[in-house]
Ligand binder design. Structure first.
Ligand SMILES: Cc1cc2nc3c(=O)[nH]c(=O)nc-3n(C[C@H](O)[C@H](O)[C@H](O)COP(=O)(O)OP(=O)(O)OC[C@H]3O[C@@H](n4cnc5c(N)ncnc54)[C@H](O)[C@@H]3O)c2cc1C
Length: 333
């Protein structure tokens, strides 16, 4: 009899894992992918979309048009995981699994930094990118503030990418000298988690493009009325506020009893299996993995993709009665 493998979440980790499993396993094994969203977006292209360099068709697709031959696509939200009973529950269905891959990504804590959601534009959503695209031609102010309050954001390079693209947008229109872009980040230096060399090169590039940096910033709150950012003991004014909300683990994993420290899933980084649940794997932004330097691996699609292939390979080996042997290479570790 075949095995049933359920994958929760069809994003950068879940969809490639499903395809990889389908290639590795015979048709007697069921692969069920549960995805909640009707329209899926590749967020990596949002910054380019915000400045008109990409169209929506380049990075969004309907769930029904995902190319998943041989995979059962279930439209719905996984509301509950019961590891003991080996079941996941969606609104309308109860699905039994032999093996489960949790790839639901991370959620955003939009209450942080306080006041940002009310005062600014969210750089991590399609709606936010659309707002920027619509607002840029009419922007008559001078101060653009990009607020990235915590290292725990999706794609740590994102704030710098947005800043460089915005500077380029104004430059091409002969307006860059009238505009001041400042990045307020909690990082001690830009992208320091990728090492000194990368950080120095980025700092030089920012300087060359006259993008200001406020590193080590502890953002206390934003006041949208007076257009003020309160950082440590200082305050700075802005005309346009663009913000990153920090990531937070999906409540689903905490409620399932599978979460480790901080509410994240902490799989074995070699196999991507959860330590006490050899039939449950996790990949992508929903996981927290410590690097040898004791930091957390950043939330990146490139990492999610590699982890998902390791998880899929090891799930396939278990189905075939073999021991997991594929190991995550520790990319960006
Ligand atoms: C603005 C921005 C720019 C970025 N740029 C880059 C970049 O240049 N390079 C890079 O490598 N990374 C980039 N990233 C990060 C990258 O997008 C994420 O790391 C990656 O998408 C994580 O993949 P994932 O599959 O873990 O989560 P996601 O891609 O978020 O997918 C999770 C999926 O699970 C679904 N889901 C969630 N909960 C449930 C549930 N309960 N039931 C069913 N389905 C569920 C969601 O709808 C979603 O489709 C960027 C992110 C942002 C926001």
């Amino acid at each position: 009899m075949g095995a049933t493998i359920v994958i929760a979440g069809g994003g950068a980790a879940g969809a490639p894992a499903a395809r990889s499993l389908r290639r590795k396993l015979g048709a007697e094994h069921r692969i069920i992918l549960v995805e909640q969203k009707e329209t899926l977006v590749n967020p990596a292209l949002l910054p380019l979309y915000a400045v008109g360099k990409k169209k929506r068709r380049h990075f969004s697709r309907e769930r029904s048009r995902m190319s998943l031959p041989g995979i059962e696509l279930t439209a719905g939200r996984v509301l509950k995981i019961d590891p003991g009973a080996k079941k996941v529950y969606t609104g309308g269905e109860e699905i039994d699994f032999d093996l489960l891959l949790i790839a639901t990504g991370a959620e955003l804590d939009r209450s942080r930094p306080p006041g940002a959601a009310e005062a600014g534009i969210d750089l991590q959503s399609l709606e936010g990118a659309e707002k920027i695209y619509a607002a840029l031609p009419y922007f008559r102010g001078t101060e653009i503030a990009i607020v990235a309050p915590s290292a725990g954001i999706k794609c740590p390079a994102g704030p710098y990418e947005y800043a460089l693209l915005l500077e380029n947008w104004f430059n091409r229109r002969g307006r860059s000298r009238d505009i001041s872009i400042t990045i307020y980040t909690s990082e001690s230096a830009p992208l320091i988690l990728f090492g000194e060399r990368t950080s120095r090169a980025l700092a030089e590039l920012l300087l060359k493009r006259r993008i200001r940096l406020h590193p080590g910033a502890r953002i206390r709150r934003i006041d949208g009325e007076s257009k003020t950012i309160f950082v440590d003991r200082d305050r700075f004014s802005y005309d346009l506020l663009l913000y990153y909300a920090p990531v937070t683990p999906p409540p689903l994993v905490g409620e399932s009893g599978l979460a480790g420290k901080g509410g994240w899933l902490r799989p074995d980084p070699r196999t991507m299996a959860l330590p006490l649940e050899s039939s449950i794997f996790a990949a992508g932004d929903v996981t927290a993995i410590d690097t040898p330097r004791g930091e957390l691996l950043p939330k990146l699609g490139a990492i999610a993709h590699l982890q998902s292939l390791v998880a899929a390979a090891n799930i396939a080996r278990l189905v075939k009665g073999q021991k997991p042997d594929r190991a995550y290479c520790g990319f960006a570790g």
